[in-house]
Design a protein around this ligand. Structure first.
Ligand code: G6P
Length: 487
């Protein structure tokens, strides 16, 4: 792709949400990924106006694109306003929970979901409507542009590619899915029409991308099993409506330079002093959105078990759990947060003393505070049930200064890269996690150092620039009519 070809990124969440006109960094792994991307390539970033503050800022700019400065970088963004009821159905009924739950195997199928008229209408008048709004904005951005490339991101936007292709078949459509792609039966939860709509939408892209080889494999399997499409698994190609759709995997790296910079901010040092003043001999850390897929409850249960089985650690260890409240208008999420608070209270009550609280629950978003804790943990817990990539598993080892050990779920995307140096766990096996906590906190200094150095080496080997370049190279190759590189 030539350097001056227009590049449009599209995602539901943009790099910033606005409050009283002031931008605040958007949360989650996708924003980290795309921020890395726009550092390497000029682009306009089209996103939903998610809050009232976003809507005002969008209106101030007549719905068009504008520049913002955030975290020492400038972005051109365009915030797209949707009808509030449609947006509510899109975000709180279809994208989260329906699709998110399907793609993380979260439905407890004997109980939920019930698909009624409400859900079907939410798909038609919410999900498709918001996709249409974003597609329209994209079409305006690429008007008059030749060789434009549109990179769509994540599960919010599965039907937009079809809408864009119908109007502009010349535009190159690339879709990165940042979450797992589950196996065929998980998709059978959706009514056939909805399922077809979603696959037809995503297969309207030229390239579909995932973080891991295993999600890529699952996607190809779904195309064959659910729709009887012609699939070349070796080449990663699906034949759809007379076109070849490439299906690729590109594991997302983090930006070491950006993280190391942030780690030097005065506010981080301030938080570090606080952590050091209060720390016990050992510090366990987890940093997550308070999402069901992150498996917070089993993490606390494993810690509870560990304290029970190894009482010598009492008063010597603190577990800081930085959990960012997320998607609180979805009842399952609100209830999950309540269960987290209740379980932390039980564990603290069971083991705590008048001056020692085993679990230090921090329910807030504060990047600087989290980075300060990254520097000083002895054990980082990443025990997600299923997770597309999990960038915490990479950020922690990058800035940690104590040869901290990583406990890492084998069902995270990051595990494909970090398995050799982390303590791998089955996220459902609480005893194994309790044993891993014990092993990490009693590990020899040599082994800790060997593991920590190994993790650092892997997470610094590539950066988001390489990730972008690999994707652009494939876009270029496909445009030239080359065959896909086999993998
Ligand atoms: C995950 C998803 C992203 C999403 C982020 C935060 O990382 O892959 O698409 O933006 O979670 O979730 P939220 O609903 O707050 O945007």
């Amino acid at each position: 792709m030539t350097q001056d070809a227009a590049l449009v990124l599209v995602s539901n969440r943009g790099p910033a949400t606005f409050e009283d006109g002031e931008p605040r960094r958007g949360g989650g792994g996708l924003v980290t990924a795309l921020t890395g991307l726009v550092h390497h390539r000029a682009a306009v970033w089209v996103a939903s106006a998610m809050s009232d503050g976003d809507v005002s800022v969008s209106r101030e700019h007549g719905g068009g694109s504008f520049e913002i400065e955030l975290d020492d970088a400038r972005y051109r963004i365009r915030l797209v306003e949707s009808n509030p009821e449609a947006y509510e159905l899109f975000y709180n009924v279809v994208a989260n929970p329906m699709l998110w739950f399907i793609q993380h195997y979260l439905w407890d199928l004997s109980n939920a979901p019930d698909i009624r008229r409400h859900e079907v209408e939410a798909y038609e008048h919410g999900y498709c409507a918001v996709n249409q709004d974003l597609a329209r904005a994209v079409l305006e951005e690429v008007e008059g542009e030749r060789e434009a490339v549109v990179m769509l991101h994540d599960y919010h936007l599965y039907v937009a590619p079809k809408m864009i292709r119908a109007a502009r078949p010349d535009v190159f459509l690339h879709h990165f899915v940042h979450i797992p792609w589950t196996q065929p039966d998980a998709w059978r939860v959706l009514p056939a029409d909805m399922r077809e709509g979603i696959y037809e939408g995503i297969l309207s892209n030229d390239i579909i991308a995932f973080h891991t080889r295993s999600y890529r494999r699952n996607f190809l399997l779904c195309c064959r099993e659910l729709f009887d499409l012609e699939v070349d698994e070796q080449a990663g190609v699906v034949r759809f409506e007379g076109r070849d759709v490439w299906v690729r995997s590109y594991p997302l790296p983090i930006s070491a330079a950006m993280f190391r910079n942030t780690a030097q901010r005065p506010a981080v040092h301030q938080y570090e002093r606080e952590i050091l003043r209060r720390r016990r001999k050992h510090l366990i850390l987890r940093v997550d959105r308070a999402d069901l897929s992150k498996n917070v409850l089993r993490g606390f249960t494993a810690f509870d078990l560990f304290l029970e089985q190894h009482p010598e650690f009492k008063e010597n260890v603190t577990f800081i759990a930085h959990l960012i409240p997320s998607r609180q208008d979805v009842p399952e999420y609100a209830e999950y947060l309540e269960r987290i608070e209740a379980l932390a209270a039980v564990v603290n009550h069971r083991h705590g003393t008048t001056d020692w609280m085993p679990i230090d629950l921090r329910l807030r978003e504060n990047l600087e505070e989290a980075i300060a804790a990254y520097k000083h943990y002895d054990l980082l817990m990443v025990n997600a049930m299923f997770d597309g990539m999990n960038l915490i598993a990479k950020e922690g080892p990058l800035v940690n200064e104590r040869n901290g050990v990583s406990l890492l779920s084998e069902n995270t995307g990051a595990h494909e890269e970090l398995a050799d140096f982390a303590l791998s766990v089955n996220p459902f096996d609480v005893q194994e996690q309790a044993d891993a906590i014990y092993r990490a906190l009693s590990m020899s200094a040599e082994e800790r150092s060997w593991r920590a150095q190994g993790l650092k080496r892997i997470v610094t080997a590539r950066d988001p620039g390489d990730w972008v370049d690999d994707q652009l190279a494939d876009i270029e190759a496909k445009r030239r009519g080359e065959a896909p590189a086999r993998s």
